[in-house]
Design a protein around this ligand. Sequence first.
Ligand code: HEC
Ligand code: HEC
Length: 258
Amino acid sequence: MTQHIRRVTSYIVAGLLCAGGLAAFLMGGFSANARPSRAEERFANLAKEVVIPFEAQIRHNPIAANEQARQAGLEIYQRSCSTCHGEDGRSQGAYGRSMYPPAMDLTSPHVRKWSDAELFWIVENGVRFTGMPGWHEMLDEESTWRVVLAIRQLQQAGPKQTAAASLALTPEQRLREGALMFRQENCVGCHKLNGEGGGVGPDLTIEGDRGRTNQWLTGHFKNPPAYVPGSLMPATINLNDDQLQALTDFLQAQHKKK
Ligand code: HEC
Ligand code: HEC
């Protein structure tokens, strides 16, 4: 995607909808296998307020990725970032998790997919409408590039949650984890839940009453058009199987209030 806007706030989704713009979108009938159209790509990226200017995307990390630079970056990271993102970058601490949206797991595919230049920009500017502050006044450019190296270092450790770890969660913990993922992945940008959220996709307040199997739900998260031909829902690529299962449990628990 070459346009300047990588991801646009979900609030715009609601705006588009109101404007009736989406009707035109939907009637276009996107096929699952064809290369996504520009419109569709943009639609799939309607997730959060991260708008990275093109000039910022083509910068190169001027700091050589050696041990010394990484160490310096990790020190800045522990001082400035670990309160919310945790010492290991996985944002498992109570403080980061309680934010709305929660502090993001910096080792997740979601964050891995950013280039160094994009990470640099995100750290400098922060993420609007979230608790992620911009650091351009607190960190000089070199320090920020070092922090980018530190994030890459933390990502080397790979995904943490294993099947064994999730099985160890109690059902209540799994529901909480699912609710957390629902916010982290900004599903509310397109779906209503208990009266809150966008209207692009179906209201999920009663998803547990729709009679979907767990397999259908997790399969659909991974590849929506394989289950609903022409589906516009973006594949949930940022979560591991345990997190998808937690999300499934969470949705299966949504029933019509009596
Ligand atoms: C006060 C808490 C807080 C601190 C401190 C903080 N962050 Fe964040 N960070 C957040 C939150 C909340 C999000 C989730 C924003 C979102 O959903 O996009 C986030 C998201 C991110 C993302 C992912 C953005 C995206 O959408 O992909 C990166 C990268 C990041 N932070 C890096 C850092 C770095 C590096 C530091 C230290 C220099 C830092 N953060 C300090 C709260 C914090
Ligand atoms: C960009 C908008 C968008 C986002 C973001 C989005 N969805 Fe969807 N979703 C849709 C659309 C459109 C449909 C209807 C087509 C379909 O079923 O695939 C849908 C359908 C669904 C369904 C099927 C409901 C049913 O039983 O028929 C579920 C469940 C669902 N979404 C859950 C989620 C979850 C969980 C997330 C976050 C990880 C999410 N969606 C993110 C647009 C979105």
